[in-house]
Ligand binder design. Sequence first.
Ligand code: PLP
Length: 449
Amino acid sequence: DTATLRQLDQSHHLHPFTDFGNYARDGGRIISRAEHIYIYDSDGNAMLDGMSGLWCCNLGYSQKAIVEAVYHQMQELPYYNNFFRCSNQPAVELASQLARLSPADFNHVFFTNSGSEANDTNIRLVHRYYDLLGKPEKKQIISRKNAYHGSTIAASSLGGMQAMHDQAIGLDYVHHINQPHWFELGGDRSPDEFGIAVARELETKIDELGEERVAAFIAEPIQGAGGVIIPPDTYWPEVQRICDERDILLIADEVICGFGRTGTWWGSETYGIRPHLMTFAKAITNGYMPLGGVLVSDTLSDVLLGSGGEFTHGLTYSGHPASCAAGLATLGILEETGIIDSAARDIAPHFQRRLREFIDHPIVGEVRGRGMFAAVELVRDKGSRERLAAKSAGAVYCRDQANNNGLMVRQTGDAMITAPPLVCSIEEIDILADKLGQALDATASHYGI
Ligand code: PLP
């Protein structure tokens, strides 16, 4: 029963990213099943999943074709590795499908189990590339504050989350510049002015480190876990210019943005970015199986393959047949249904419109979003942007109100975050917006506003 499960969970299960004090006191929910865009806990409560799991179940929870593809593959070939000179059919097909669906100069894929490992792989690929070019001094990597790129040592070093760095991570060849978060950092500047200024921090950092030592810049097209930070229109063109002129590889972390979240297949497409490497994970299998990887452009793969040597990197489950079968089935659904285009055309505008109405709410300072991706920033005072409460307590309260009222949304800093499945209907977007509105009302009244 639920009470026993909860107690065993508290006694034996170390949860990722969970406040152990609160968890020991209150316990959590046991999620027992899911259907369409709803998850159900073991007490029978239904919750509309306004986060697509962890930004991964873009097609919701009832995609039988993915389940069947995995079942079939498990019967045929449940496992074999891709090391040395072996391969398996789903991995081969998925690599070629991803090459077809990515920008033209991406023709190779390295598979991992997760986004974190994929970002570690990026570092190894970039370092290997420059070693092969005879530029071993080019090792420094620039990332952004408040970024999330995963939890392994290297990926969390790339990340810029202070709370993670406080727990003693950080590789000495990784450096951070500011994020394009206009509401937080823009001050009196217009978003466009701010976009240029914050992009030029990249140039300043390159000068500081020495261009000949800088290998790559990594960023999400839209920073997700950091708070759905929508860059000003001027930001990405300026970053692209700097990377082009200064001979810096550009790594687009598409772990959240990829596969339709921003309204196109890739966040890089939405912003006209031309990366050299693209990290993917999460929605590649609709979250049903663990799978990540790196899409490698010809710039790098020509050098790696041309060397004829070995890239001494790999994971037991790189290109796992069952995960790749899930990936193939997911891509099949995305293409056959045209859901990326139809969600961008029919659902996302309504989602963005409904959320933007909250700008008139007394505790909302900014609403930002793109595609099926949005954040609502909470304030006590709209003019001064004073926060609702210390330590993001206002947003935590608001999130709990929403969760307890059957809506799964997240809090990041002082922002409420939502990224619902692309398969939501207009009516379901209305339910999401209504419930978020109720949580905002309850929070305002809790703080006497
Ligand atoms: N990159 C981004 C942008 C992410 O949002 C995440 C996870 O949330 C990761 C990388 C890490 O992926 P994983 O949790 O699969 O290791």
